[in-house]
Design a protein around this ligand. Structure first.
Ligand code: BES
Ligand code: MN
Length: 465
């Protein structure tokens, strides 16, 4: 047996214990966006740090104005200076689990269930995004250390706690710890495979910027009979404003919105055309059938290469039982914009605010609030030798060529690794489209977890050579 095979079999034998560690972590509701869970975020960070320390890393919690970062270093035995140094990134924070009544089992009581299709799935908030994912490289390192006493590379691990809330503390943290965190490259485990049989490396991520608006009309809530007609209704003003964000072809109407967005190059279009993908099936899986995006663009192009303006939440007025005849004083909405190419988050926010202000009558008020600076999109050169090496290691595990794909989601740190630390990233993940990220019944397939660990065992081996 080769050494890699020994390490793989150590990982296989440890799978049940690896699962226990994942479930222990999923039990901690580390919801970064909600201040009520601040202590839980810290608890999750402490658990990760303690686990890495036990593995032989020197690990610490670093306080930030928000949630703490976990930073850990491993010096390979007898090899310091002779092997490359890589950073491995994941995030321990999760999205809010609501709506709770849509979960089959409670979000923070992880459960392993076998479906009618025979597939074993791990349910719970954070199983796929991102606790199960980042544990794949930690468990792979555990197997390496158990079998060889060391790692084949020098490793720094950074596990963040604010990814799901836009990473507000990240840039200052990277700047303050530039020397400590600058490595030869970063490996990020927070993306998907192409499908359950085909591994993937993601080379494009969209950026994101958010905003929240409050429109105030009358000083107080009013009787909708006594005032209905003459009094401006903020909910109507808000809905009109939101309905003007897109034209009939699905394009965003904010002036300047598409500055920095270029058409998809022909060769990229051709490459994506070769991936077997059904637009119909993509919609059908989520209960839809009528494409709603930009006219004339395929699903892959819309999700991987086009920007969006979305409304994520809207509230105001009376929403309790029965009827209340009222004209509300205020109406609110939360929006996010996904960015591509060279779109500038600050400029997009400014343009949106000017657009929104222009829709509000002069005796009403619009206020904006948003935390965090937003993040631009990332595009990674597909020719990098690290991508080639990693793709080959993934192919060894799956027996299939590694697909180079885009992702519609955002991982702000990728761009900041490049801009602040000058460091390239390789995005390897084992999630699947139906993992229900940010949705009820989030899950991670047991095979994603298991083959993810095995894949990292191989990637580490390839990197050390
Ligand atoms: N893991 C996701 C990004 C992702 C989504 C990758 C789907 C591949 C497929 C990541 O944790 C995430 O959700 N990020 C947030 C970041 C945002 C709050 C700045 C996102 O994209 O909404
Ligand atoms: Mn996420």
């Amino acid at each position: 047996m080769t050494r890699i095979d020994d390490i793989l079999s150590t990982a296989d034998k440890g799978l049940e214990r690896s699962l226990d560690r994942l479930f222990d972590l999923v039990r901690i509701p580390s919801i970064s966006t909600d201040p009520a869970y601040k202590a839980d975020c810290r608890r999750a960070a402490e658990r990760v740090a303690a686990d890495l320390e036990a593995l032989g890393f020197s690990a610490s919690l670093r306080d930030t104005p928000g949630h703490p970062m976990v930073v850990a270093h491993f010096e390979p035995k007898d090899k310091a200076g002779k092997v490359p140094h890589f950073l491995f990134y994941g995030h321990y924070d999760v999205q809010p689990p609501d709506p709770l009544d849509k979960w089959t089992t409670p979000p923070f009581e992880p459960e392993k269930r076998t479906g009618k299709d025979g597939v074993v799935r791990l349910y719970g908030r954070g199983t796929a995004d991102d606790k199960g994912q980042f544990l794949t490289f930690i468990e792979a390192m555990r197997a390496w250390i158990a079998e060889t006493g060391t790692l084949p590379v020098k490793a720094t691990i950074l596990i963040e706690g604010e990814e799901e809330s836009g990473s507000p503390s990240l840039v200052p943290f990277l700047k303050e710890n530039r020397a400590e965190l600058s490595c030869d490259a970063a490996f990020v485990c927070d993306t998907n495979m192409w499908d359950e049989k085909t591994p993937a490396i993601t080379t494009r991520l969209r950026g994101m910027v958010k905003d929240e608006i409050t429109i105030t009309g009358p000083r107080v809530d009013l009787h909708s009979g006594a005032y209905g007609g003459p009094a401006a209704n903020p909910i109507r003003i808000l809905s009109k404003l939101l309905s003007k964000l897109h034209d009939k072809n699905g394009k965003v109407t904010i002036p300047g919105f598409y500055d920095g967005v270029s058409d998809l190059p022909k060769d990229v279009k051709a490459q994506w055309g070769k991936l077997k993908f059904s637009d119909k099936k993509f919609l059908k899986e989520v209960g839809l059938s009528v494409p709603a995006g930009e006219k004339g663009k395929s699903v892959l192009e819309q999700v991987w290469a086009r920007p969006t303006a979305e409304v994520n939440g809207i509230w105001g007025g009376y929403t309790g039982a029965g009827t209340k005849t009222v004209i509300p004083s205020q109406a609110h909405a939360k929006l996010t914009f996904r960015l591509v190419g060279k779109q500038n988050p600050q400029k997009i926010q400014k343009a949106f605010r000017a657009f929104a202000k222009a829709q509000v009558p002069k005796d009403c008020r619009i206020e904006f609030s948003s935390s965090g600076p937003g993040s631009p999109a990332s595009e990674i050169a597909e020719t990098s030798p690290l991508i080639r090496k990693s793709a080959a290691a993934l192919k060894d595990e799956f027996g299939r060529n590694t697909a180079l794909i885009g992702s519609g989601g955002s991982i702000p740190i990728v761009r900041y690794f490049k801009d602040v630390l000058g460091m390239d990233s390789v995005l390897i993940g084992f999630g699947l489209n139906d993992d229900a990220l940010h949705s009820p019944n989030e899950k991670y397939n047991l095979s994603s977890f298991h083959r993810g660990i095995r894949s990292w065992v191989r990637v580490l081996g390839a990197l050390g050579r």
